[in-house]
Write a protein that binds this ligand. Structure first.
Ligand SMILES: Cc1ncc(COP(=O)(O)O)c(C=O)c1O
Length: 428
């Protein structure tokens, strides 16, 4: 007898807290357990198939199991995939990333976006000799203590139990897309760096171009390093990521997800040579002068090779024509049905990242704060389950948003719009 989702969940809750590896992977009454994936489809252990807009937390720009990645990985499996020492694929991938993302002159690989941001903090502090770091309220950079503050609304509520208050004492919160306020704060605070997401991942609120340009200028004026967290947007919005779209050059960039082809745990930190060189223990032999990096699996050949193969696809550009067009269609379609049905809501997004916000009240000015504070969580949750019942997987129960990948089609998008309109009619 094949195993059922219910049975797996009943076993899981006995040995895994809440039965899930991350809280938002819990679906009511129990999650489904994926058995296989291909293209933009996921199939669970009971054989039910979903059109997937979760796509591995946004990582799978090329979709599940892209042939170029899978073929290369299969070959590498026969050669060895955890050497521990240097391998050619980390060099090849580094060269490709440096070509595609011009602000990245040097790069180091590790195993997650969280780790990349941890290294970025240390590097920025070592380079500027300043201790404080800036982050935007509502932005997510992984669950590392100094950055895991003011992520979810309300922003003043602690994000987790067990946080050392001293760990966030050097974190300065900034309002997103508000240049004047950032400028004022930087007059009284000396920051080593400012982290930002070119497009905030779960709300799909993009940095305004003028804001990004102004932020770059303020950072230059104040000697603050600008760190673009492109863990989601890297190789998703364009071959050169969010910074290409916003037309700015950050000092440091962190990557994850798509940099390793999307199928493997990965992270990376890159940027200007003069900053990155602080990680060069040969140039800076004194322990107190160079920035250390760890990671048993950092740069392992399987992930590096997968990333290298994916880069060949990313640089063709055709992918972005397709997924950005689908994103535009989805945004427009969702906005139209909101207006037609007179529903309080708003659609945000850039490129292949789209979110439909259901709101408790219509507001005059939409920004990250108003969208989060007015969010109608109850309807959003119902929407998630309505999608699931129509074999569509969005990410995630309380925060429905869509990542589009290359295998998605116009038919998939039109179906998503129709299914959404059916839902909207039930809540009118
Ligand atoms: C913008 C951003 N930064 C950092 C991270 C953390 O990356 P990881 O989950 O690989 O640690 C994420 C994860 O989704 C992210 O969206």
């Amino acid at each position: 007898m094949p195993v059922s989702n219910k049975e797996l969940y009943e076993r899981a809750i006995k040995v895994i807290p809440a039965g899930v590896t991350r809280p938002f992977r819990f679906f009511e009454p129990y999650p489904f357990y994926a058995r296989k994936a291909y293209g933009c489809r996921l199939v669970d252990v009971e054989g039910r198939e979903y059109v997937d807009y979760w796509v591995g937390h946004g990582a799978l720009v090329l979709g599940h199991m892209p042939k170029c990645v899978v073929d290369a990985v299969k070959e590498q499996l026969d050669l060895g995939f955890h050497f521990g020492v240097c391998n050619e694929w980390e060099v090849k991938l580094a060269e490709e990333v440096c070509k595609l993302v011009p602000s990245v002159e040097m790069i180091r690989f590790n195993n997650s976006g969280t780790e990349a941001n941890m290294h970025a903090i240390r590097l920025a502090r070592a380079f500027t000799k300043r201790m404080k770091i800036g982050k935007f309220a509502g932005h997510f950079h992984g669950v590392l203590d100094p950055l895991y503050v003011a992520v979810n609304w309300p922003w003043d509520e602690p994000e987790t139990a067990g946080m050392d208050p001293l760990a966030t004492k050097n974190t300065v919160l900034l309002p997103f897309n508000d240049l004047d306020a950032v400028e004022k704060i930087l007059k009284s605070e000396e920051l080593a760096c400012i982290f930002f997401e070119p497009v905030q991942g779960s709300t799909c609120v993009a940095a305004e171009k003028e804001f990004a340009k102004g932020l770059r200028e303020i950072c230059d004026k104040t000697g603050t390093l600008l760190v673009a967290d492109e863990v989601i947007t890297g190789f998703r919005l364009a071959p050169g990521g969010g910074q290409e779209v916003l037309n700015i050059k950050p000092d440091l960039t962190t990557f994850g997800k798509a940099v390793g082809g999307g199928e493997f745990p990965v992270g990376a930190l890159g940027g200007k040579t003069e900053i990155m060189e602080l990680m060069d223990h040969i140039k800076y032999p004194k322990r107190s002068e160079n920035v250390v990096q760890g990671g048993t699996y950092s740069g392992n050949p399987l992930v590096m090779r997968a990333g290298y193969e994916a880069m060949k696809e990313y640089k063709k550009g055709i992918i972005y024509d397709h997924i950005n067009k689908l994103g535009e269609r989805l945004k427009k379609g969702l906005q139209e049905i909101l207006e037609k049905n007179d529903i309080k809501g708003y659609v945000t997004g850039l490129g292949s990242m789209v979110k439909l916000h259901f709101l408790k009240e219509q507001v005059k000015q939409y920004n990250l704060q108003t969208l989060l504070s007015k969010s109608n969580k109850e309807i959003e949750k119902k929407y998630f389950y309505h999608l699931i019942s129509n074999n569509i997987l969005a990410m995630a129960p309380g925060k429905v948003h869509f990542f589009i990948s290359y295998p998605h089609t116009f038919e998939d998008i039109d179906n998503l719009i129709t299914v959404t309109e059916n839902f909207i009619k039930t809540i009118k």
